[in-house]
Design a protein around this ligand. Structure first.
Ligand code: THU
Length: 145
């Protein structure tokens, strides 16, 4: 797994909690924040953005990646995710399948996904654990295929 300092983890979780306040989730009332650490040292954040046409809504994780990539950062060290129903304590919020695949495009299997339930409580799984046997950019270019 990519080596992360404890203060980097805490900063990412704090950023995810902060950006979650901006979530636009009038339909599910489930608010999610994500904070993505670029190899440039910057933290890129995103929140979920729902839509009256439900499938059009965007998850926090993909929103964070879109923010980073549109600013020119394409390589990453970790992501922190926080989520839960409005006006309730944070719940354990693993990324949805679509977000796992989206992240896989830009991260190798060792990329750490921090799922936090408070500023100090979290668990970490790698994208390889969350999305085993995955299809990625390397699959497209592999000589064996
Ligand atoms: N959501 C995320 O933002 N990230 C996930 O990985 C799971 C789900 C959002 C989508 C929707 O706005 C709300 O949570 C309820 O599904």
């Amino acid at each position: 797994m990519i080596k992360l300092e404890e203060n980097e983890i805490k900063d990412l979780i704090a950023s995810a909690i902060q950006v979650r306040a901006n979530a636009y989730a009038p339909y599910s009332k489930f608010r999610v924040g994500a904070a993505l650490l670029g190899t440039d040292g910057c933290i890129y954040t995103g929140c979920n953005i729902e839509n009256a046409s439900y499938p059009v809504g965007l998850c926090a994780e993909r929103s964070a990646f879109a923010s980073a990539i549109s600013k020119g950062c394409r390589t990453f060290r970790a992501i922190a995710i926080v989520g839960g129903p409005e006006d309730s304590p944070l719940a354990d919020c693993p990324p949805c399948g679509m977000c796992r695949q989206f992240m896989r495009e830009f991260c190798d299997s060792t990329f750490p996904v921090i799922m936090a339930t408070s500023a100090t409580e979290y668990r970490i799984l790698t994208i390889g654990e969350l999305l085993p046997e995955s299809f990625g950019p390397d699959t497209m270019t592999s000589e064996e295929n």
